[in-house]
Design a protein around this ligand. Structure first.
Ligand SMILES: CCCCCCCCCCCCCCCC(=O)SCCNC(=O)CCNC(=O)[C@H](O)C(C)(C)COP(=O)(O)OP(=O)(O)OC[C@H]1O[C@@H](n2cnc3c(N)ncnc32)[C@H](O)[C@@H]1OP(=O)(O)O
Ligand SMILES: O=C(CO)COP(=O)(O)O
Length: 666
């Protein structure tokens, strides 16, 4: 079968093509050394990295800011400019085709060992090719693994598309040799927390804006800001998003195309490390030695990967009627301007929409559905029951519009058994019963303390939960409506909606919802519940059907670990003697509170140990106003309004009408 650039590749019924198939049949060296002649942006003004750097340093914007900083600090302006040049030198990429070829060769070898297939939607690449010619393009992939940025560049190279420049966290720069190879493969390095460093913000934003204005190359950045430890989408970071959109907002480019990219893994390379971070184990430092030591991962199989290139989104279309760009006609475009309220809202809205599109492009593996069932049976369940429930769930997922990797020509038994085998480190079938498998600890199979036992159990539960999380975006709206139906004061749609809206507020950091979209979310939730026959609705009420009990119960149980974790955090805040917590102490203190509750038998939910969910619970309280945040002597502190937290906990239980909470905004 033919692909975009004439390669012979394997297609599956969903329109995905396995790019490794060709690699398994022909020389990796010829692939790496083949003619590479991509079509660039039609108005590209430079293809030289050093010209980009010079343009940044000479820009009016940077001159203005360096002058301003010199006046504020009393430093000579030349010194400030030198500092700016130093920051730029640390940051700038230096893309060279030779390094791309080198990596193309090594990655072909590595990917073939790690993955059974890498499937790419070719029509998405054709759309991307067209978009690249017309406007500056921003590639926005999901971030679940270090493999993400490698595979995106690899695919673009394979399909003869321009190699992107990529915003990379600075720790990667520190890796001996690898850091430099990455820089020459298009990475530009940014500090992880910039805080109030005015000069750094200025250099970074001018650098990013120059890349966009000149159309030097597609710009790739990870709007979630880090790899999601839970495999669930993270709330987007807005700093870089703002810089990228600014050239359009200020009328310097006609349009910008944002391309969401959804990367779905059957099995994530870093599954165990990422999960342990959720339990408080520090992330290993990125070093070349660490990478070499990790090479035993090459002995494992990680199944299939799907990379879905979404439909390019026109920023111009999104901005229509939402941003008043004429306000920028009155001031020179080079001068810094604080973003107006409409721009701030717009940037956040764009980022949320892209993350939603990323979710919609994700491909679910059978294991993800199996994990959804398995996690609801912590003591394990019979294989037959797992099969029956997973197949039922497959039907529900399809009914809710999920993109599933479940080929019809393979039997269900074969599909499920092979996926269980792929995840042999997490679950196993013994005597017809499927059970979660705990990893051995540092000191062998037996835990040395009760606490270690809890954390070990939590590790495997959290890995399983992360694969469940891959599918949550498909179910979260109907699941929230299902929960709202149990706690609402009546079956009247108005009452259920008010409870639903409260849940949206509480879980705003947990799941991706677009701001001010509650009514559409609710309508969609009701429509899906109706479509699956779980409820029948008329204009004013929602009623559970007889056969809908099972669906509703399943959906409610799906959200239970999140509800339990939030309640546990609320309880911790209310029972603690202190009214104020430092950010640093919060997670360890909540963790030991949760471990105690589990050991005492008061809490059965091991997912409550996830620091990610605990932090989201605090963020929810901050958003609602029940907790406030302040900086006190270099530390972030949370002050808790215990009465407000209790009312939220009550509403979550359905004891207090949600309207009171939403309207008073506490
Ligand atoms: C063929 C084969 C080839 C293979 C070839 C391989 C290629 C191999 C390449 C390797 C490549 C690796 C790639 C790795 C992938 C990652 O490393 S992912 C991690 C790095 N990327 C990102 O993080 C991107 C997304 N992050 C952001 O946008 C973040 O906002 C930033 C820019 C990093 C800043 O982070 P932050 O300091 O935490 O800031 P943030 O929370 O966004 O904002 C802080 C405050 O600054 C304010 N602020 C925002 N903008 C500004 C501004 N311009 N001026 C002043 N203040 C501002 C905000 O309003 C905010 O204020 P508050 O609301 O808190 O009051
Ligand atoms: O630096 C990154 C490279 O992927 C992402 O940050 P984390 O390592 O925190 O996920």
């Amino acid at each position: 079968m033919e692909s975009l650039c004439g390669l012979t590749l394997g297609a599956d019924p969903e329109g995905f093509w396995d790019i490794l198939e060709e690699r398994r049949r022909s020389s990796d060296l010829s692939h790496a050394l083949r003619t590479f002649n991509p079509q660039h942006y039609c108005r590209i003004t430079t293809s030289s990295s050093s010209t980009i750097n010079r343009t940044v340093l000479k820009s009016q914007y940077l001159r203005y800011i360096t002058q301003e900083i010199a006046e504020e600090t009393g430093e000579p302006v030349e010194l400030v400019r030198e500092e700016a040049a130093g920051i730029l030198e640390e940051m700038a990429q230096n893309l060279q085709l030779g390094f791309i070829r080198l990596l193309a060769f090594s990655l072909s070898k590595t990917f073939k060992r790690l993955f059974s297939s890498i499937r790419v939607n070719e029509e998405g690449l054709s759309r991307l090719q067209a978009a690249i010619k017309d406007h500056p393009v921003i590639l926005m992939p999901t971030h679940r693994s270090y493999v993400d940025f490698l595979v995106v560049s690899y695919i673009l190279f394979t399909y003869d598309l321009p190699i992107p420049v990529i915003a990379a966290g600075i720790p990667l720069m520190g890796m001996k040799l690898i850091g430099e190879i990455f820089r020459r493969s298009g990475a530009f390095f940014i500090r992880r927390t910039i805080g109030s460093d005015k000069l750094y913000w200025a250099v970074l934003s001018e650098y990013v804006k120059t890349l966009v204005r000149t159309g030097f190359a597609p710009l790739e950045f990870y709007v979630e800001g880090l790899r999601s430890r839970t495999l669930k989408s993270l709330s987007p970071k807005l700093g870089m998003m703002y810089m990228i959109l600014e050239p359009f907002i200020k009328g310097e480019v006609f349009d910008i195309s944002l391309v969401p990219i959804s990367i779905s893994y059957d099995r994530v390379l870093e599954e165990s490390l990422l999960t342990h971070e959720l339990l408080g184990v520090p992330k290993p430092k990125e070093t070349t030695m660490g990478l070499l030591k990790a090479r035993k991962v090459l002995e494992e199989n990680f199944g299939n990967m799907h990379v879905y290139f979404g439909v390019p989104v026109s920023v111009r279309d999104l901005a229509n009627g939402k941003v008043n760009r004429s306000q920028y006609n009155l001031v020179p475009r080079d001068l810094p301007l604080k973003p107006s309220e409409d721009v701030r809202v717009f940037v956040g809205d764009v980022a949320q929409r892209v993350v939603r599109l990323q979710e919609q492009g994700m491909v679910l593996s059978p294991w993800s559905l199996m994990a959804l069932v398995l996690i609801q049976y912590p003591e394990g369940l019979d294989w037959d029951l797992l099969t029956q429930k997973t197949l039922w769930l497959k039907g529900l997922a399809l009914c809710y519009g999920a993109r599933l990797d479940w080929p019809e020509q393979v039997s269900n038994l074969e599909m499920m058994s092979s996926h269980l085998a792929l995840h042999h480190t997490v679950a196993r079938c013994e005597k017809g019963r499927v059970l979660l498998v705990e990893e051995d600890g540092l000191h062998g199979a037996e835990p040395v303390s009760e606490e270690e036992g809890v954390l070990r159990r939590a590790a495997v539960v959290l890995i399983c939960a992360s694969y469940r999380n891959q599918a949550l975006h498909v179910f979260v709206r109907p699941a929230m409506a299902a929960v709202a139906m149990t706690t609402a004061s009546s079956v009247r749609k108005l009452d259920v909606f008010s409870q639903f809206r409260f849940l949206l507020d509480v879980f705003a950091n947990e799941f991706i919802f677009i701001r001010n979209n509650a009514e559409q979310d609710f309508d969609q939730a009701c429509a899906l519940l109706q479509r699956s026959g779980a409820v029948c609705a008329d204009e004013h009420s929602l009623n559970v059907t007889e056969e809908g009990q099972t669906t509703l119960h399943f959906l409610q149980t799906m959200l239970e670990p999140f509800i339990q974790t939030y309640k546990m955090v609320f309880r911790f805040l209310c029972e603690s003697n202190a009214q104020v917590f430092t950010e640093r102490n919060f997670t360890p203190a909540v963790r030991s509170f949760a471990v105690k509750l589990i050991l005492s038998g008061e809490l059965q939910c091991y997912e409550c140990l996830s620091s990610d969910t605990q932090k989201n619970a605090i963020s929810a309280l901050l958003n609602i106003g029940a907790v406030t945040k302040s900086r006190v002597s270099e530390q972030t502190e949370f002050s808790v309004n215990k009465a407000a937290v209790m009312r939220i906990a009550d509403t979550l239980d359905g004891h207090t009408p949600s309207l009171m909470i939403s309207h008073s905004r506490l």
